[in-house]
Design a protein around this ligand. Structure first.
Ligand SMILES: [Zn+2]
Length: 399
């Protein structure tokens, strides 16, 4: 047990890895919430703690299982983003293999936390029944309206569209090792919710609204059992662009020893122009590289990304990409010149950009691929749809 404090609410609660677990009397989905993967983001921990308590006390009928898990316990106790390493950047393939093989790291606080969360997840996935839903609750250092951050699979998009907040697609291309990318690669619906600024009271209210809406949309709780329309309205009113879907165009990445200072006054989603002054790094001015909106400007000491730039995606392209992905057009890719499988397990393709010049990033996105540059002329691309367990999600939202 650790003590977690919320400054704005002036409240302290005690939590463990499993904040609470509710098991319904009827079969249904398994919904897993994480909060506090970053230790200075406690509003999700409070919201989960309070909702689970309320559901239990009010004897609300539940289908399936609801798990509320806390993330970085030692960092939560200190109110810091992390102690040694960012727990939400450790979930890459090599590290998962080490965890799988029992070759465990104990040298850092966060590696121990990761091992414990990994084992908790394994137990949930092996003991409980699907469909599984994983939601990761966060807050931001800058002032922000609430939004969802979604790895771009059609399954995720469909579920995330239920929430009246803007959606950001494709963050997995830019972040190394967030826990949700790992869970997505297992084929489950998994995405993040950002409720607002860390210490804003409204962030707690927004977390509450998102959690309740999730429980209804996953069909673990009946709409009539919670104040559904109130929560829907609460999130809808925070945003004038509730139905907008954005993609990330650019990330300003920070190196370990960089001295970075965002210029004051940027709020999340604020419009910026190409060339506009954004920040100072090591005494040098940093300017916006695209016209669009600034996303996640960094106003705290710890963090590896200074800011992102995003742009809205026209609905036509969203529909086009859904059609292209469903027709499995991408299956011809390995037969084209300049493209070959990276290894025998056919998980990823290597693209030689000198030969396959037609494979631009926007085109790859339409086909459902995400890409990482390995050198100047080669990309490794991975199909986002391949792992999706579409057949497990047969509820009404999955058209
Ligand atoms: Zn966070």
């Amino acid at each position: 047990m650790i003590k977690v404090h919320h400054r704005a609410m002036n409240r302290t609660i005690q939590v463990d890895r499993i904040i609470n677990h509710l098991e319904g009397s009827q079969p249904g989905p398994t919904v897993v919430f994480f909060a506090g993967m970053h230790g200075n983001e406690s509003s999700g921990v409070f919201a989960l703690h309070d909702i689970m308590f309320a559901l239990k006390k009010q004897l609300v009928p539940i289908k399936g299982n609801i798990f509320a898990l806390s993330g970085n316990l030692p960092a939560l106790a200190k109110g810091k983003r992390y102690c040694t390493e960012d727990l939400n950047r450790l979930w890459d393939k090599e590290q998962i293999e080490l965890l799988n093989n029992g070759a465990l790291h104990h040298e850092h606080v966060e590696r121990r936390e990761q091992q414990d969360i990994y084992q908790t997840l394994q137990q949930i996935v092996t003991k409980q029944n699907g469909p599984f839903y994983f939601m990761d609750l966060h807050t931001t250092s800058s002032e922000s309206i609430p939004f969802v951050v979604v790895n771009d699979s059609l399954l995720n998009r469909k579920f995330a569209k239920n929430f009246p907040v803007p959606m950001i697609l494709g963050i997995e291309e830019y972040l190394d090792g967030p826990i949700l990318s790992y869970i997505n690669e297992l084929g489950y619906v998994a995405f993040g919710f950002e409720a607002g600024q860390h210490d804003d009271l409204a962030s707690y209210e927004n977390q509450m609204a998102f959690i309740y809406l999730c429980l209804v949309h996953t069909e673990s709780v009946e709409k009539s059992q919670v104040n559904y329309y109130h929560y829907q309205e609460q999130l809808a009113k925070t945003s004038i662009n509730a139905q907008d879907i954005y993609e990330i165009k650019y990330r300003f990445k920070l190196n370990e020893k960089d001295q970075f200072k965002m210029l004051p006054g940027f709020v999340n989603f604020q419009k910026v122009k190409k060339g506009q002054e954004m920040a100072i790094r090591n005494g040098e001015k940093i300017i916006a590289s695209h016209t669009g909106r600034v996303f996640l400007p960094l106003y705290q000491q710890q963090g590896k990304e200074g800011f992102f730039e995003i742009r809205s995606i026209h609905p036509f392209f969203l529909r086009l990409s859904a059609v292209l992905r469903k027709t499995k057009f991408a299956h011809i890719l390995p037969f084209l010149p300049g493209i070959q499988w990276q290894s025998e397990n056919h998980e990823a393709l290597v693209v030689n950009l000198k030969i396959a010049r037609f494979l631009t990033k926007p085109f790859l996105h339409l086909l459902g691929y995400r890409s990482k540059k390995i050198d100047k002329t080669h990309l490794v691309i991975k199909n986002r749809e391949a792992a999706s367990r579409n057949e497990e999600y047969t509820t009404e939202w999955n058209i």
